[in-house]
Design a protein around this ligand. Structure first.
Ligand SMILES: *Cc1c(COP(=O)(O)O)cnc(C)c1O
Length: 396
């Protein structure tokens, strides 16, 4: 028999899960049985997928796979230790130098995930008595990082530099840090980074940019937001992930040498964790080459964005203003968004419905993620199906 205390602990969880399910908010996982790509095999059926972050179609690129295999042959599978013990392989080291060079900053530091990079960077730069100014739509990992740092967290309305200026002017904090997603993950719009940097210079604040959705995609060669916006400053702390457009896994922070040296000493998500397998660094070195050399992937992605915008014929639903691979179709009502997503799936198109609390109330949406792996015909078909579904629902 289960002792009563245990059964109480478990029944609390069951109640909370049942409540979630009743509200239609229970998260479920799908099982992917193919490589990531435009066409995937998921839960036993083949669909065209509009829900990966594989924006350049590199997650199954032969050059990356070959590089990973050959790195595994030379370096083995496991890194065996943290970076500060014996886990820092020459492949990690080469990758850090290549990444810093690519984004145009003096030094870079690899992290195992973007979540860990954000936690490590923020907690190393600010603490009690400091103040962090965070865009309201920032990624959850940035918010968690600020909480963990114990700095005061002040959120400003999305992209509102006028409010941010007032907040910075009023701040008495010893150190200030402004943080924003460079490309917002649920809206696809780009932060006003020049204006943010000007404010940071005027009020002597760090500027941290999370370029998870810009790295590889923005800039002539895919160097990301800094190149796209033409900004540079020693107060910029740049972070990007390597599991999205770069097609592999991991993340890095790039900044002045003083910042990187500080992270190596203080970032607990760097110090107290096993280095990622060196073969991934090998794959990422190949990924950087492809990102830089195959500009057609970015051009094609832009063509797809324009195709989607041109091909949708809508009255009520509308695309949020975005020129990136993330194209949110705002539907509004939670149930309707879910229904549209289900109807698209019946037609073999996988487009996730995103509902509150992930996005603000009344803005339930389809989050359409485009990838260079899609064809123009794919996107035309998607637009036609969505337009037809709206017409049906208007008629109903
Ligand atoms: C995905 C994402 C992260 C987390 O990166 P992982 O490598 O997946 O842990 C951080 N910030 C933003 C904006 C992201 O979209």
């Amino acid at each position: 028999m289960i002792p009563p205390v245990t059964s109480f602990l478990l029944s609390q969880l069951t109640d909370a899960l049942t409540e979630r399910e009743a509200a239609g908010l229970l998260r479920r996982r799908r099982v992917l049985e193919s490589p990531q790509g435009a066409r995937i095999l998921v839960d036993g059926r083949e669909v065209v997928s509009y829900c990966s972050n594989d924006y350049l179609g590199l997650a199954n690129h032969p050059a990356l796979i070959e590089a990973a295999k050959s790195a595994a042959d030379k370096a083995g599978i496991g890194s065996g230790a943290s970076h500060l013990i014996t886990g820092h392989h020459a492949l990690h080291d080469s990758l850090e130098k290549a990444l810093a060079n690519f984004v145009g900053l003096p030094q870079a530091l690899l992290f195992t995930t973007g979540y860990m990079a954000n936690l490590g960077a923020v907690t190393s730069l600010v603490g009690r008595g400091d103040e962090v100014f965070a865009d309201r739509l920032n990624h959850a990992s940035l918010n968690d990082a600020v909480l963990l740092s114990r700095a005061e967290m002040t959120r400003f309305p999305h992209n509102d530099v006028a409010v941010l200026e007032k907040l910075l002017a009023a701040s008495k904090a010893k150190n200030k840090l402004v943080i924003a997603d460079a490309v917002f993950s649920m809206d696809g719009d780009i932060a006003p980074v020049q204006a943010l940097l000007e404010l940071c210079e005027r009020y002597d604040s760090w500027l941290m940019l999370d370029d998870a959705h810009g790295f590889g995609v923005l800039g002539d060669k895919g160097q990301g937001i800094l190149s796209h916006a033409g900004i540079a400053s020693p107060r910029i702390v740049y972070m990007a992930t390597l599991g999205k457009a770069a097609g592999v896994s991991g993340a890095f922070v790039a900044a002045q040498p003083e910042v990187i040296k500080t992270l190596i000493q203080n970032a607990r998500t760097y110090v107290y964790t096993t280095a990622s397998p060196p073969m991934l660094a090998g794959a990422l070195l190949a990924s950087l080459e492809v990102i830089e050399a195959e500009a057609w992937r970015r051009t094609h992605l832009q063509t797809l964005v324009q195709t989607l915008k041109r091909s949708l014929v809508l009255q009520r639903w509308q695309l949020a203003p975005s020129d990136t691979a993330i194209q949110p179709l705002i539907i509004g009502d939670n149930h309707e968004a879910l229904r549209v997503s289900e109807r698209l799936l019946e037609r073999g198109l996988l487009v996730p419905a995103i509902r509150p609390p992930t996005v603000p109330k009344g803005t339930a949406r389809l989050r359409i993620s485009l990838s260079a792996a899609h064809t123009v015909e794919d996107v035309q078909q998607l637009a036609a199906e969505i337009s037809a579904l709206e017409r049906e629902s208007v008629g109903a």
